[in-house]
Design a protein around this ligand. Structure first.
Ligand code: HMG
Length: 384
């Protein structure tokens, strides 16, 4: 493959946040279970006038200039928080971003994995058509049932990546290692608004997928595990990445160095799981908080329950820092408001789409795009 990869990257996360110490106090449990046991501090909570479309449009708007728009030939939106069984969220986002009509737009799904498939498809497309760019957006709301073990691992965010033949952030290297196995660790049948989860099984299968995807990668590439400077893992909660990295270090007989995963986990600890956006929020975290990463080799381990895993390699481009959106990201985090437990539960109960063909959402988001409501079963979006 010729030089292709990520030219621009930015994330968006809602302005409202829940503190896990409040959840611990509500449940009468030691807050260290969350802070240390799963390694999470807070999770982002979208108001009713935000959804995967508005989060995706907000993330993408931050990286797109008019010149990019004329070159984009595909918008791929990865999500497992779908808003429609037929029409893709990518088409709504294409409209909100005022992208040209000679562009394809579609959605991909496989739990937390699908953005990785989208990124690979985008790189392959650009390798064939180097004068084109592909917009990949991962956007998800991790919405678990209240008062369950998974509740503390909620969160929401979108990450937008512009893939091109001028990858000023990171270039795709080598061949990915992949793994698929039919497992019921986490799934959400159509009639469910929250997933069904076998939490303990999911953490075991996650590790198995890491090992298998790594081994498939190692069989096809000359890189040894110890050759990587940094690692980004899918982050359902940050402790999962610690466990995965320990596991792969043991498997490869490599000394554990926590510094190789630390910076990739900073945003996720305070935003929470954002499913298929989670790995790429980790990449944003590494880029924003890492010391000089010029020419460093980064391993990424993508995992989506069900399950599919992929281990792949990005090389950070010299001078990448000049192309980051670090200030924007820091401002988003700094301007968040903490929700009371009562407000959190009110936000958690989103309008029941199966019961109402018409409703209006109050204005709560400060994002540039909002989900205004539904009229005659049609979702209405607005710019503000
Ligand atoms: P749980 O069962 O309530 O927690 O929920 P636990 O009892 O297993 O405790 C968690 C950890 O906290 C344990 O550490 C405890 O020892 C520790 P570990 O033994 O695992 O190292 N702990 C404490 N530490 C310090 N002080 C204390 C204390 N008390 C306990 N006082 C579970 C945990 C992950 C099962 C739950 O959050 C859950 O079901 N989450 C959702 C599923 C999930 O995130 N799975 C991860 C892998 S699957 C995946 O990543 C895919 C996914 O993103 C979905 C997709 O692909 O679409 C989820």
């Amino acid at each position: 493959m010729s030089q292709v990869g990520i030219e621009k990257i930015a994330f968006y996360t809602p302005q409202f946040v829940v503190d896990l110490t409040d959840i611990a106090a509500r449940d009468g449990i030691d807050e260290q279970k969350f802070l240390t046991g799963i390694g999470q501090e807070r999770f982002a909570m979208p108001p009713h006038d935000e959804d995967i479309v508005t989060m995706a449009a907000n993330a993408a708007e931050a990286i797109l200039e008019d010149a990019d728009k004329t070159q984009i030939n595909s918008v791929i939106l990865a999500t497992e928080s779908g808003i429609d069984q037929s029409k893709s969220a990518a088409v709504y986002v294409h409209h909100l971003l005022e992208l040209p009509h000679n562009c394809r737009a579609f959605e991909v799904k496989q739990a937390c994995y699908s953005a990785t498939a989208a990124l690979k498809m985008a790189c392959d497309e650009v390798a064939l058509n180097p004068d084109k760019k592909v917009l990949v957006i991962a956007s998800d709301i991790a919405h678990y049932a209240l008062n369950t073990p998974a509740e503390a691992t909620q969160g929401a965010a979108a990450v937008a990546m512009l893939v091109s033949a001028t990858p000023t952030i990171a270039s795709y290297q080598g061949k990915p290692g992949v793994y698929t196995s039919d497992v019921m660790d986490f799934w959400r049948p159509n009639q469910q608004s929250t997933p069904l989860v076998n939490g303990r099984l999911s953490t075991k299968i996650y590790l198995e997928a890491c090992a298998a995807a790594w081994q498939d990668f190692a069989a096809q590439n000359a890189m040894a595990f110890a050759d990587f400077d940094q690692f980004c893992y899918h982050l359902p909660f940050s402790k999962m990445a610690n466990k995965a990295h320990q596991y792969l270090c043991r498997l490869n007989d490599v000394a554990l160095d926590e510094n190789k995963i630390h910076n990739a986990m900073i945003y996720n600890r305070i935003i929470g799981n954002c499913y298929t956006a989670s790995l790429y929020l980790g990449l944003c975290s590494l880029l924003d908080f890492g010391a000089d990463l010029d020419n460093q080799d980064v391993a990424l381990m993508s995992y989506g329950s069900g399950c599919v895993g992929e281990f792949f390699h990005l090389r950070i481009t010299e001078g990448y820092r000049a192309h980051l959106k670090t200030e924007l990201h820091r401002a988003l985090i700094a301007n968040r408001k903490k929700l009371s437990l009562a407000d959190y539960e009110a936000f958690w109960h989103r309008p029941d789409m199966t019961a109402a063909s018409d409703f209006t959402n109050a204005t709560q988001t400060q994002g540039h795009f909002r989900f205004a409501g539904v009229a005659a079963h049609q979702r209405m979006y607005a710019r503000q």
